[in-house]
Design a protein. Structure first.
Length: 431
């Protein structure tokens, strides 16, 4: 603290208690750089509640302690402050630490609530978009090809992942121990069911990455290895890569985690992300995403070679835009967030958590928009279906109108015959 400020506060402290200070029986009032201590009788101790000493810092904070926490000074019998003019603030420091912890917990709770609602909103929107996309890819026959089958399976994997995110973030699967959900029991109070739900979430995450890898592989083989792409058994290979390999990786991770009483096996695999076993899952995922990155580099190289032979700016812009769209579709953003900066700084970790959670939650919307809603082939198939339906309705209406017309004509003819018969029945019968 600045010397002039200290001297000024010391003078003000002395003037505050000047009228009651008796130099022959009291230690003088003193400013100790924190608080102005009153004059105290020789051989006595003076205490002040910490809530008064640190009134501005604590902001009316109430401790859970049954007895008030105090700061203490001792006046020696010789008229000087004892303990080498030192003030015992140890209880106050404990109170300040508890106050900081409560503020930190409150901020953490607020951050968790914001993050929860963000994930719930985005993942719920993703679920709606993905369901629509899956229905579109399933009901329109012109879209039932190998390429769109890959798109549909990616949407299914993302749908599973988004549903788990929405359910977990909504706390629908947890039993609250407190009204504010600050503490919750395991999923339906069952460790097995909790692990089952978490296992499905992990499986969905792995499958999503592997179907994104299949998207990159399919596009790459289409551009470079057309004969291989037309192999009739290729879709079976894709199914094994997209659904089989993730199941194998998850099974290996569960077996190792549950065996030998590994710490990860307890408390619903709590903290599994910090365990070295997580590389059984994340290692292959990073390899798949890295291969997708190499596919993208190769695709860009092909586009550049084509652009060098064409001077049309419109085509160049379309190619660049198509390449930019490949980044989220191939899951390359996961390479940036594959490592959690845990233990570096709270601000950096919080930023990582928010961005990563937002990307995970919005993936379904991005994939549905680019592969379905903005897909020219999908829109063309829907328009053709609507035209056929209108044509069918129009034909049915015309057929109905024609039938009614013929019926009306036949009825009129019958009426004319009956009229002739009723007017001259003998002539009508040729008699």
């Amino acid at each position: 603290m600045d010397l002039n400020i200290t001297e000024e506060k010391s003078v003000k402290c002395y003037q505050k208690y000047r009228e009651i200070f008796n130099s022959t029986a009291m230690c003088p009032p003193v400013w100790d750089d924190i608080f102005c201590w009153p004059p105290t009788t020789f051989g006595q101790m003076v205490s002040v509640p910490c809530t008064i000493v640190f009134k501005e810092s604590l902001n009316n904070y109430k401790s859970d302690q049954s007895s008030p926490l105090i700061a203490i000074r001792k006046c020696a019998p010789n008229g000087t402050w004892d303990w080498n003019n030192w003030t015992n603030y140890s209880q106050c420091f404990d109170l300040l630490q508890a106050f900081e912890n409560d503020i930190s917990n409150e901020n953490g709770s607020t951050f968790a609530t914001i993050l929860r609602y963000l994930v719930l909103t985005c993942s719920s929107a993703s679920v709606i978009c993905l369901v629509i996309s899956i229905v579109v890819f399933s009901i329109f026959k012109p879209l039932r090809c190998e390429r769109n089958t890959v798109h549909k399976n990616l949407c299914i994997a993302l749908l599973l992942q988004s549903m788990i995110l929405a359910l977990v973030s909504s706390h629908a699967l947890f039993i609250p121990e407190t009204d504010d959900y600050s503490h919750t029991t395991h999923f339906l109070n069952s460790t097995f069911l909790c692990k089952l739900m978490k296992g499905i979430g992990i499986y969905a995450s792995i499958s999503t990455v592997y179907w994104m890898f299949i998207e990159g592989l399919s596009l790459h083989t289409t551009l470079y290895v057309t004969p291989f792409y037309k192999n009739k058994h290729l879709m079976k290979v894709y199914y094994f890569i997209g659904w089989g390999i993730p199941l194998v990786l998850l099974g290996i991770w569960i077996i190792i985690s549950e065996s030998r009483n590994h710490p990860v096996a307890d408390l619903c695999w709590k903290g599994y992300g910090t365990s070295s076993l997580i590389w059984i899952i994340t290692g292959p995922m990073i390899i798949a995403l890295t291969l997708n990155f190499l596919f993208l580099i190769n695709i860009i190289r092909l586009l550049i070679s084509k652009l060098s032979r064409s001077l049309e700016k419109k085509k160049a812009f379309k190619m660049i835009k198509a390449t930019a769209f490949l980044i989220p579709l191939l899951g390359l953003e996961h390479l940036v967030f594959c490592i959690n900066p845990r233990g570096t700084s709270p601000q950096l970790e919080s930023t990582y958590i928010i961005i990563n959670a937002t990307i995970q939650s919005l993936q379904g919307i991005a994939v549905s928009t680019l592969y379905c809603f903005l897909n020219h082939e999908v829109r063309k198939a829907m328009q053709s279906s609507m035209k056929r339906k209108r044509l069918s309705n129009s034909t049915a209406a015309e057929l109905k109108a024609l039938t009614m017309y013929e019926f009306s004509e036949n009825l009129s003819a019958m009426r004319r015959i009956m009229n002739r018969f009723s007017s001259d029945p003998i002539r009508f019968h040729g008699k």
